[in-house]
Write a new protein. Sequence first.
Length: 153
Amino acid sequence: MTLLGYVAALAAVAIDQLSKVWAEASLAVGERHPLLGDMLAMQLTYNPGAAFSLGASATPLITVLAAGGTVFAAWLTWRTTSLPWALSLGLILGGGLGNVIDRLARPPGPARGHVVDFIAYADWFIGNVADVFVFGGLALCIVLAFMGRPMRP
């Protein structure tokens, strides 16, 4: 089961990083391209903060917290013996790792890097594919927990 989780994580990281390369090559910063009216659009931006750009002045702290969360997700993925839990934790791990890679490898420098965001949800926030994987993985974890599915049957 662990292998499935890690394969899901690697796939999520690859899809996330490739989508960010595409966004930077195809979109101009701040320019909005509607997909579903104003509800969903493409709009490239760089986020130094956490979700909803909170903590923009605390990027190094956010990097440490995100890396810690990613290590925790990797540990949980290692420990689970449940196929659905391995998949959900792998999605969280891959999404988290995708954004940690941005924070470590992108300008303005290690642990201060800005995350590439390009999926605009109305005027609420702009996110990326890694965020979709994290959200999807967390949603699946909640469903599994409410269903009473143990991580280690």
